[in-house]
Design a binder for this molecule. Sequence first.
Ligand code: HEC
Ligand code: HEC
Ligand code: HEC
Ligand code: HEC
Ligand code: HEC
Ligand code: HEC
Ligand code: HEC
Ligand code: HEC
Length: 442
Amino acid sequence: MFAFVATSAMAASIGSVNSIKTLKVERGLTEEGKSCIECHAKETPGHVNDWKESRHGHVGVSCVDCHKVEKDNPMATQNCPGVKGTQTFVSMLVSPNTCSRCHPNEVQEFHESGHARGALQVRAKAGMQELMQHYEGRDHPEFKHTPEATGCMQCHGAIIELAADGRPTAETWPNYGIGNVYPDGGVGNCKSCHSVHKFSIEEARKPSACASCHMGPDHPDIEIYNNSMHGHIFNAEGHTWKYDSAPDAWEPGDYRAPTCATCHMSGVGELTTTHNVSRRLKWNLWAPFSNLRDGGYDTAYSDFKNSGKIGIGNPTAGHPKGHEAARLEMEHVCKQCHISTHTKNFFEVGDKFVGLYNTYAKDAKAMIDELKDKGLLKDDEWADEAQVIWYHLWHHQGRRMRQGALMAGPDYAHWHGVFELQQDIRKLEIIYNNRIKTGKIE
Ligand code: HEC
Ligand code: HEC
Ligand code: HEC
Ligand code: HEC
Ligand code: HEC
Ligand code: HEC
Ligand code: HEC
Ligand code: HEC
């Protein structure tokens, strides 16, 4: 343990009773390692306090282990006044490349998941760039990147760019987006779920770790969870559960109902923990049409690493052995607390509901495709009622319908889901019939 020696100094400008704490570290750290902690305890006490509470603090992984870099690292700077003019270079940005020195499995699994394409696929899709900069940002020379920086990027991550002084640009940082691309080639963001500098597994096991991104009209996963019986139980008694069991050893009994992490990531029974959130998924439930996930690992990271390609990755990424293996793993989670008939019946009807969704998507898309062939769609899709309905059908209500059903949130499966779809398809049919009959866009 550390020996903390607190001394006081009067902070005259604030008042007579305020004190500044000095932290003295006497343990197996180098002089340099200690110096960071001692000075930062005064300058940025928030960082040191969080680190001190963390497993890293306990096992002696300190500031230098993550922030000290070689001079030729593209992120190396001496912007820290404590190292200016010395032989030491530091980087404020810490990418998964650094974590992977000590946690290679977690980083590799993350790279095989859909999370790793978060920023790359948004950059790769011309339609998304046009939405953010042209339609939302109005192509304004000064303001056009702000919709992206305040919205999309905070969840998806950014391709982080550095200014001349080595600091990240305001358009690309700060953010906690899941798929950040760092100037050292690192991809992903570990602090999205394990916030700095506590890097806690307890935090990541709670639904709030996912809720800041998995919410809202187009992927209301936290709302669905709160609507489910599992969320009901978590909200009633989750504050009394045990979250600090060793990695891979957090089991039913520590908790009475699953959280997001339990079903998608944690080691449960014979399953081991995975940082590949796509692994236990049978379907793609976000795309316009729900296909089975038989595409193996996601490829956005490997493509980027091997050839610098900024691509959309693999929408059917999942379990390396395909969708049946994925479903078996998910069922293994359920079976810790439910009998097999419960689990089998639940998925039987859930899968059929995804099938029902696909019939809506197929019929709606057929109308859109025919209108397109006949020149009966506007070029500006966001000003075309037919295309806006189609977008909401799959991107908003269609995702709510599918995700609501498979995560047992009835209000999202139904009222925010299929009910809205049956309204959408009727509205689309009226527009379609009218355009086909008149040969004109209304
Ligand atoms: C386990 C690795 C790790 C350790 C140990 C660590 N950091 Fe960090 N630190 C990070 C990561 C990751 C970030 C987030 C960078 C980003 O936003 O991309 C960060 C961010 C920072 C920042 C800028 C953050 C801001 O929001 O103002 C400072 C300054 C910093 N750390 C200082 C420290 C100090 C001082 C220590 C030692 C007490 C320390 N770090 C220990 C990984 C670490
Ligand atoms: C003498 C005090 C002192 C010492 C020693 C010190 N720091 Fe700092 N460091 C600071 C201050 C002050 C800042 C600037 C805070 C700000 O910009 O608000 C800073 C900034 C940083 C930053 C952010 C740099 C950036 O790009 O803006 C990092 C990372 C950092 N320190 C890490 C370290 C590490 C690692 C060590 C030990 C090798 C260390 N510091 C030693 C005082 C110190
Ligand atoms: C120098 C090696 C080293 C580096 C670099 C490092 N870690 Fe760790 N990390 C450890 C050790 C050692 C443990 C403690 C394992 C244990 O508890 O037995 C640990 C534990 C953890 C835990 C589990 C915490 C808990 O509550 O049990 C998380 C999460 C974690 N690290 C995340 C990160 C992230 C994210 C990064 C990069 C920003 C990182 N680590 C960088 C060595 C490292
Ligand atoms: C910082 C934001 C953020 C956090 C926190 C976050 N996610 Fe995600 N998640 C995303 C984004 C963005 C995507 C879409 C990635 C893409 O396809 O571009 C995503 C996609 C997913 C997917 C689908 C992957 C696929 O292959 O289609 C699952 C499942 C998922 N997340 C589960 C979780 C769970 C469980 C947690 C919490 C333990 C979590 N996420 C935390 C942002 C986040
Ligand atoms: C509140 C967080 C959040 C914001 C803001 C956000 N997204 Fe997403 N996005 C997500 C999550 C979470 C998913 C995954 C949905 C799922 O798996 O069902 C996702 C999925 C996607 C996908 C489909 C996944 C893929 O691989 O193609 C695209 C494209 C996308 N988002 C683009 C954007 C763009 C562009 C913006 C800004 C105009 C944006 N998102 C804003 C969280 C967010
Ligand atoms: C989507 C949320 C999420 C992200 C992003 C995330 N983790 Fe985790 N991490 C978790 C959860 C949840 C656990 C606890 C699993 C369990 O219940 O045992 C965990 C556990 C860990 C552990 C403890 C050992 C283990 O594997 O169980 C380490 C180390 C770790 N994470 C490192 C990382 C690193 C490094 C990154 C960045 C590549 C990262 N995590 C990104 C959610 C996340
Ligand atoms: C009871 C287990 C369980 C819990 C708890 C749970 N999920 Fe899910 N989740 C599932 C199942 C099952 C699916 C559908 C998998 C499939 O495709 O067969 C799913 C699907 C998803 C998807 C859709 C991926 C896609 O293809 O679009 C996302 C995103 C997601 N979950 C995130 C979360 C988040 C975030 C939470 C917590 C707020 C959460 N889940 C809680 C079991 C769970
Ligand atoms: C940690 C234990 C646990 C796990 C794991 C778990 N559940 Fe549950 N689940 C519960 C509890 C407790 C209830 C409420 C009591 C009950 O009705 O059985 C519940 C209720 C439900 C309900 C509401 C209907 C009902 O019978 O009350 C559904 C549906 C459900 N779970 C599906 C699943 C599915 C699907 C999985 C796996 C993807 C799963 N559960 C995983 C504990 C769990």
